[in-house]
Ligand binder design. Structure first.
Ligand SMILES: C[S@@+](CC[C@H](N)C(=O)[O-])C[C@H]1O[C@@H](n2cnc3c(N)ncnc32)[C@H](O)[C@@H]1O
Length: 387
């Protein structure tokens, strides 16, 4: 879900490139698919543990350092926090840790096989105290049920909160998940997890004299076969193919300064899908801009970035690699909408090629743009002409 305070920091554009050492700790959906899954990525079959929302905490790194026969993955919404931990991992040099920048709601079903996680830690997720914001809470029945499928037989979920109202909500949600059982019964929750180091937030809350509440739930063995069909259906949604992302190449340069000066957030709707362009950042030497785009569809917000950069005699618009985006029809439609907007704002702009296929901007056709715009020689070829 998109939440204003969870947005990546505005400092992104000055340096879009990461050192190869830091990048080696970051995993994307495509990277994972290319490696053939976590075992391929880590180069071994080992128990897998996941932390969701690690924030500024170094728990995962400490675990990776000391428990070398287990592989650790962290998913975190905030890019700066992901990079901070990746940099620390470079300094330590562990090889059993990978980090994912993104929303766990989106990445969990796409990145993890059913029954593959031996432990999942979710400590102090945002409590969203206002009633109208409760729908944003991570630890609700829907997410927990989907998480259940990814926990291995006998695997554990560790969740914690400091908020008494959220605690009750988590408890009421957990008891609806058939197949998960409370290992601390008859106690509904515990006030500490003595076997785990305290996270940054746990330390903070304890310093403030607040109570904290831990849930320890495990998945019973032998549950999976009865629900194999559900698991297979869930798995079928995981993208298997890695192929070209949408892009448009312009034969004329873009006036990036003008674009940046005159930018205002905008949105458009196509049937049931809402496309939003929220922010624009100009790169330090005005060689490119980055647009923050959000596609709202079916109750889910997918945030990704589009780069517009001048190259040689022309310009390129493409999905930015700074954040993973799944190659879906909606991404193609979003780029087509952006191209449409650019073409109507800059009448001299010409498209030399694209791979938008059926989603190519219709306004170009109406204006009798050069024929090669419609030539689909690059569509589906797997060849990228962007670089
Ligand atoms: C309150 S902090 C807790 C950090 C850490 N677990 C600790 O205990 O110190 C919550 C973290 O969860 C992250 N987060 C919230 N929702 C998320 C989601 N859907 N996917 C991934 N990370 C999320 C936030 O960016 C934030 O860093």
């Amino acid at each position: 879900m998109s939440r204003s305070h969870d947005r990546p920091a505005r400092a992104i554009p000055t340096s879009l490139s990461l050192s190869p050492q830091v990048a080696a700790y970051l995993t994307t959906l495509n990277g994972l698919a290319e490696a053939g899954g976590w075992a391929g990525l880590f180069g071994r079959e080992a128990p897998l543990e996941l932390e969701i929302g690690f924030g500024w905490d170094t728990f995962l790194l400490e675990q990776a350092k000391t428990r070398t026969s287990t592989d650790f993955v962290g998913i975190e919404h905030d890019r700066q926090r992901v990079l901070a931990l990746a940099r620390k991992a470079v300094a330590v040099g562990v090889n059993n840790l990978r980090l994912v920048w993104g929303d766990a709601l989106y990445h969990l079903p796409r990145m993890f096989q059913p029954a593959s996680l031996h432990r999942v830690y979710i400590r102090f997720p945002d409590p969203w105290p206002k009633k109208r914001h409760h729908k944003h809470r991570l630890l609700g029945p829907e997410f927990l049920r989907s998480l259940f499928w990814h926990i291995a037989d006998g695997g554990e979920l560790v969740a914690a909160t400091d908020d008494a109202e959220y605690r009750d909500f988590i408890h009421d949600s957990l008891v609806t998940v058939v197949g998960l059982h409370n290992t601390t019964a008859p106690r509904r929750w515990l006030d500490s997890a003595p076997d785990l180091p305290m996270s940054k937030f746990e330390t903070l809350f304890r310093t403030q004299g607040k109570n904290v509440y831990f849930f320890r739930y495990a998945r019973g063995t032998g549950f999976a076969p009865a629900h194999a069909a559900d698991a297979a259906a869930e798995r079928s949604r995981i993208p298997r193919r890695v192929s070209e992302m949408p892009h448009v190449v312009f034969s004329t340069a873009l006036e990036l300064d003008t674009l940046s000066r005159e930018f205002k957030p905008f949105r458009w709707r196509e049937d049931e899908v809402l496309f939003k362009v929220n922010e624009l950042w100009l790169a330090s030497r005005a060689t490119g801009v980055l647009l923050e785009c959000v596609i709202v569809h079916d109750g889910h917000d997918e945030c990704f970035y589009v780069e517009l950069a001048n190259k040689h005699d022309g310009a390129v618009m493409r999905v930015s690699p700074i954040k993973e985006a799944e190659r879906t029809e909606l991404i193609f439609r979003c780029l087509a909408g952006l191209a449409r907007r650019l073409l109507s704002s800059f009448p001299d702009l010409r498209v030399s090629r694209h791979n938008l296929g059926a989603w190519a901007p219709v306004s170009v056709d109406e204006q009798h743009r050069p024929e090669d715009f419609w030539t689909e020689r690059h569509h589906g070829s797997g060849h990228s002409s962007v670089e």
